[in-house]
Design a protein around this ligand. Structure first.
Ligand code: WT7
Length: 643
């Protein structure tokens, strides 16, 4: 390592005495977890209201499928809504909704209870019963959150599909989970335009055997095609339903949701999360990592509910803790680059949680934009989705956090369900760019190929060596893939392989370095190389494709694709490149569109036929080629470089 990098690592930001004095976390938290980890989680689970107590904290006898809080029953929606009303906080705002066109709406916990109850009554009228799956394909509007909570209330398992995904992506998720109900909108607001969404839902649902109904929220006020008997308007059903609904308790291990994420093969995996353990860790982490004070803080997580961050840190974590939060529908530059800062100022946001890619975008736009606003309400900043580079970290703290707000760099995954590695504000002295340490109750190691634990200065693979309450319980419909993907690498040890590289510095601070597999991280979105490759080869002109993630200043990584055309396919230059990029947008999503696409005569392969992505990454990032000794024909690069 260079000495400049070492200097970086020596810079430490200890918590201020002022912050520490009122912080939710104290040193006793780690001490309790160290003394007895399962007793610690037993205590944390008591943050929730249970209908039946559990008899055992953890049953790991069927590893790697855990059972947490065995025999306990609870209702997740009751914990996120009803109990705050019953505690006398019904008038507290749960959601300050800020629509992209400027419309606003505030929902109190009383309002939320009525809405969720109405939706639950409607879903029941549609014949849905506990265990049924519901697909939610919606932008960031309150009805999306209401839909998720209504599912939770009824024991329906939701599968939220990001509204930026294509109809093909929605269809494969609807089919995989055999969803009976799809909830969507007529259209969504994007940069001042009403963009239709129902047509994509219609296309996805056409011929989908499991789907009985499509429930449609009128959001953009645009015309839609209608299938009588199948389609229902939200305002004609939910809004007319009774606002009274008595929740029933479900087992702690009842499946709460499925969320699809990219793995190293083409087909997205449906990650399964259950109820009691998940909500326990969501609530615990939201309380301590964000130092959240109900009734005082205004919290804003800028994620979309289409990703796990939205599930855990917009819906289940904050609502279980009775938070008041901002939900914003649109993009950060609609109508201008001031939008986020206007919102912070308007609502007095005190906790702001976003992704490094957006921080770098703000940096590019210039500090005069945030400087034009009163951001003094901010007292804590969070980062998630990819490693945050030290420059962005410093800028975030200095410009958005007035040089004093603690930053929590939170490492976790769709699979972990909740934050695993993060500083604790008020306790941890942070370093710009480091996620620092596992939270109390969480156990992680950095190990080498032979499962040796690495200490200070060690650089290796991040593993989770003990089960945790919010851990995934499997992959929907594919238990074998669950074992292979996460548990086979360190089978003898019984460790969860996270897929990330990590290191401890000389002070023992943990730095997450990024994926070590074929998963790319584009603006914090997880996309697998093979998923994009499959999309490309599904185009009639493409014979073969190789995709790599190349370093990108703003988005972390950018997608670079190399394709070989089929015999006889005409290379029409820019037109072809556009056609292929658009094809990926249709097959997956615009976020998966390659930044750069090169038509090449050959791809570099090993003797066993494996594409050497490492070398393609060298090409994409304009580096000297690394070791080419295992390549069949090193000359292929002359042809590729000739492009
Ligand atoms: C992957 C998980 C967790 C919600 C958003 C992404 C990367 C995530 C960090 C961080 C370094 C991070 C990892 C991880 N990642 N947070 N703070 N520092 N890397 O969830 O789509 O499941 O992606 O995101 O590579 O494995 P996801």
């Amino acid at each position: 390592m260079t000495s400049a990098a070492q200097d970086h690592e020596q810079q430490v930001f200890p918590p201020s005495a002022e912050f520490a004095a009122t912080a939710n976390a104290g040193p006793e938290l780690q001490a309790a977890a160290d003394a007895d980890r399962l007793a610690f989680w037993d205590t944390q689970a008591q943050r929730l209201d249970w209908a039946t107590p559990w008899s055992e904290v953890l049953d790991w006898s069927d590893a790697p499928v855990a059972k947490w809080f065995v025999g306990g029953t609870l209702n997740v929606a009751y914990n996120c809504v009803d109990r705050h009303v019953l505690a006398g906080n019904g008038d507290r705002v749960a959601i300050h909704f800020e629509g992209e066109p400027g419309d606003t709406r505030s929902l109190t916990y009383n309002d939320l209870l009525a809405e969720v109850s109405r939706a639950a009554n409607t879903f029941t009228d549609l014949g849905l019963v506990p265990g049924d799956r519901v697909a939610i394909y919606m932008p960031m509007i309150p009805e999306a959150i209401v839909s998720m909570l209504a599912c939770a209330r009824l024991g329906l398992t939701h599968s939220v599909v990001f509204a930026g995904f294509s109809s093909a992506a929605l269809r494969s998720r609807v089919d995989d989970a055999e969803a009976k109900l799809v909830i969507t909108v007529d259209g969504q607001w994007r940069r001042g335009q009403a963009a239709p969404l129902k047509p994509a839902a219609d296309e996805a649902v056409h011929g989908a055997a499991s789907v009985e109904h499509v429930l449609v929220v009128k959001r953009a006020g645009i015309d839609v095609d209608w299938t009588e008997g199948r389609d229902l308007w939200w305002h004609e059903t939910v809004e007319k339903a009774s606002p009274e609904h008595t929740p029933q308790a479900f087992d702690a291990e009842h499946p709460l949701y499925i969320l699809y994420t990219s793995g190293t093969t083409g087909k997205p995996k449906g990650i399964i999360h259950t109820s009691g353990g998940y909500l326990t860790q969501a609530s615990y982490t939201h309380h301590y990592v964000f130092d959240h004070k109900p009734g005082e803080d205004v919290y804003w997580c800028t994620a979309d509910i289409g990703w796990v961050t939205g599930h855990t840190y917009i819906v289940y974590g904050p609502l279980s803790n009775g938070a008041t939060q901002v939900v914003y529908e649109g993009t950060p530059n609609a109508p201008t680059e001031h939008r986020h800062f206007e919102i912070i100022e308007k609502y007095g946001v005190s906790i702001y949680y976003t992704a490094p890619t957006l921080i770098r975008t703000f940096m590019k736009w210039g500090r005069e934009i945030p400087d034009a606003h009163d951001l003094s309400s901010i007292r804590l900043l969070g980062s998630v989705g990819e490693p945050i580079n030290p420059e962005a970290w410093r800028w975030y703290r200095e410009v958005i956090g007035a040089g004093s707000a603690p930053i929590v760099d939170t490492w976790w995954q769709t699979e972990t369900g909740a934050i695993m590695i993060s500083p604790l504000p008020g306790i941890t002295a942070t370093k710009p760019g480091a996620a620092m340490a596992p939270l109390p109750g969480i156990s992680a190691k950095i190990v080498d190929d032979e499962a040796n634990s690495l200490g200070k200065g060690g650089n290796g693979y991040l593993v989770l060596d003990e089960p945790w309450p919010a851990m995934l319980r499997g992959i929907w419909g594919d238990p074998q893939r669950y074992r292979e993907t996460y548990w086979s690498r360190y089978e003898d040890q019984g460790w969860y392989f996270a897929g990330d590289g990590a290191r401890y510095d000389e002070d023992g601070a943990l730095w997450v370095l990024g994926r070590v597999d074929d998963v790319m991280n584009i603006s914090g979105h997880r996309i697998s190389t093979s998923e994009v490759e499959s999309a490309l080869v599904s185009h009639p002109k493409v014979a073969e494709a190789a995709v790599v993630g190349a370093a990108d200043e703003t988005t972390g990584q950018g997608i670079v694709a190399f394709v070989i055309l089929r015999e006889g396919a005409e290379n029409t230059g820019d037109a072809l490149v556009k056609e292929l990029r658009d094809h990926v947008a249709v097959e997956i999503s615009p976020i998966a569109k390659p930044r750069q696409l090169m038509v090449v005569p050959e791809l570099p392969k090993t003797r066993s036929g494996k594409i050497m992505r490492r070398l393609l990454r060298d090409v994409a990032e304009g580096r000297e080629l690394g070791d080419t000794s295992t390549l069949v024909d090193p000359k292929v690069f002359d042809a590729i470089r000739g492009k």
